[in-house]
Design a protein around this ligand. Structure first.
Ligand code: ADP
Ligand code: MG
Length: 238
């Protein structure tokens, strides 16, 4: 029996989002098309029909501006948050897949970490991407374990780290070099956007990502986040 690969909640969101977006664009477009057809048939200038063309075009513009905003990772909505709660929420989203695939998640948290200022939605999105890659990497492997560690970074100091370690397929040097490029994927149904978006989100928080990987052995993704923001920028939601 061939089991279809379980969809991630994130993928479902994207598909639902694109369906909604197509629908929202199709409505004003049909208005524009109808008005343009009428104008062609009338072969004369009609104030009302031309207004329809302009208004509906503007509606599409506003809609697309919102879409761009939701992908603009420079807009951060910062809050003091407990990073462990976010990690646990992310793992919870994959509960069904974890059970189905028999992957074991092991936590090694430093409970003394302070709450830090970050955009919880964006960081959740980033961790979903990293965790999903780890899950996909261990699916074929014999040791199906993903470890999530947190703690204070020594270098650079003033940062905390979140590390996701998997015992999965690992990456070659070439794969590792391409990891953060948009649309780079080695998966049949991959988007190649997960690592790119994650990197973008972490950078916007003043942090960085370090990746160690060995083909056939596994991968270790370390997200470093500053405890205090030093640039003074983006500390307020805009
Ligand atoms: P996608 O997962 O859609 O392919 P990503 O941007 O998330 O896109 O990842 C890009 C590529 O990086 C993957 O196709 C895979 O080759 C590699 N990769 C990322 N994370 C891991 C991992 N934990 N283990 C092995 N390979 C990985
Ligand atoms: Mg991915």
């Amino acid at each position: 029996v061939v089991q279809p690969a379980p969809e991630s909640p994130f993928e479902k969101d994207i598909v639902a989002f694109l369906k909604g977006l197509s629908h929202e664009i199709r409505n004003p477009l049909s208005g524009i098309k109808g008005a343009a057809k009428c104008l062609k048939e009338l072969k004369l200038y009609d104030e009302e029909l031309v207004s329809v063309l302009i208004e509906e075009t503007e509606r599409i513009e506003r809609l697309l501006n919102n879409v761009v905003k939701s992908f603009d990772f420079s807009v951060l909505n910062l809050k003091e948050v407990n990073i462990h709660k976010i990690i646990q929420l992310v793992v919870k989203l994959f509960e069904a897949e974890l059970r189905e695939s028999g992957v074991n998640v092991v936590y090694d948290f430093d409970p003394s970490l302070p709450e830090i200022l970050l955009d919880p939605d964006r960081i959740t999105q980033a961790l979903i991407n990293v965790f999903k890659n780890a899950l996909e990497a261990v699916t074929e492997s014999s040791r199906k374990e993903v470890r999530i560690e947190t703690g204070y970074a020594i270098h650079p100091s003033g940062f905390i780290f979140i590390r996701v370690k998997d015992s999965g397929v690992g990456m070659s040097e070439e794969e590792l070099a391409n990891l953060f490029l948009p649309f780079y994927t080695t998966k049949e149904k991959g988007s190649g956007l997960g690592a790119f978006i994650t990197n973008e989100i972490v950078r916007r928080h003043g942090g960085e990502i370090r990746v160690k990987s060995e083909k056939g052995k596994g991968t270790e993704v370390t997200i470093l986040l500053p405890m205090k923001r030093s640039d003074g920028k983006d500390t307020n939601s805009r």
